[in-house]
Design a protein around this ligand. Structure first.
Ligand code: URA
Length: 224
């Protein structure tokens, strides 16, 4: 499924069905978000402030999937509003992609952390948590039917592929089950590069990926 535009045209409308008494399939995003607010599918809801659902228009052609909300996102209830989000916004703008036209979400929708004094230290979600939360990601993607799904980092790639996947070896266009995809790095990995020269290089490579994604969509004004 290497031609994202064709993939979108070919994809049949998903049927609405019922699972566990909840409306699934092509439920509108607003319905899904309301249901996800009460999610107890894994234990992460117990310590998080709230479910951080995806954000963006239901007719988006491009979906970005991150790992999980961070400290700022957990408090705000919105994805990618902290330092990684600021970097993502800057890179999207440089690549000519309007964030307001794309859908941004996470593989895991509750913040997983370890308290350390007053700080809350990010913990990587485990495979079971990623699998449990795929239920919501699948429903978001069924509602949106994007032309292309972009995995930001290893956890998103793992969720979308259904197994662990080395991201540097697979960086670029990929076929995820049911979706034309693209793997790139997580913006927070760019924030962690210690050396200034290498940091700038890594950032430029990320922007180059976003420009390539924009070209892949062909319908330039759909995301710009
Ligand atoms: N990192 C993520 O993966 N997602 C967010 O929403 C914020 C930081």
């Amino acid at each position: 499924m290497r031609n994202p535009s064709a993939a979108r045209q070919r994809r049949p409308a998903a049927k609405a069905d019922k699972t566990g008494g909840q409306l699934v399939g092509r439920a509108p995003l607003a319905v899904l978000e309301r249901e996800a607010a009460g999610c107890t599918r894994c234990p992460l809801y117990k310590n998080a402030t709230q479910t951080v659902f995806g954000e963006g228009p239901q007719d988006a052609v491009l979906v970005f999937v991150g790992e999980q909300p961070g400290d700022r996102e957990d408090r705000a209830g919105k994805p990618f509003v902290g330092p990684a989000g600021a970097l993502l916004d800057r890179a999207l703008a440089e690549a000519g992609i309007a964030r307001s036209k794309v859908y941004v979400t996470n593989a895991v929708k509750h913040f997983k952390y370890q308290p350390r004094g007053k700080r809350r230290i990010h913990q990587k979600p485990n495979a079971g948590e990623v699998r449990a939360c795929k239920w919501w990601l699948d429903r978001e993607l069924a509602a949106i039917r994007p032309a292309l799904v972009v995995a930001l980092g290893a956890t998103a790639a793992q969720s979308l592929a259904g197994h662990t996947i080395p991201i540097m070896k697979n960086r670029g266009p990929v076929d995820f089950p049911g979706h034309a995809g693209f793997i790139t790095v997580h913006p927070s990995s760019l924030l962690r590069v210690p050396e200034q020269d290498r940091k700038a290089e890594a950032y430029e490579a990320f922007v180059a990926d976003l420009r390539r994604i924009r070209r892949m969509l062909k319908t330039e004004d759909a995301a710009a």
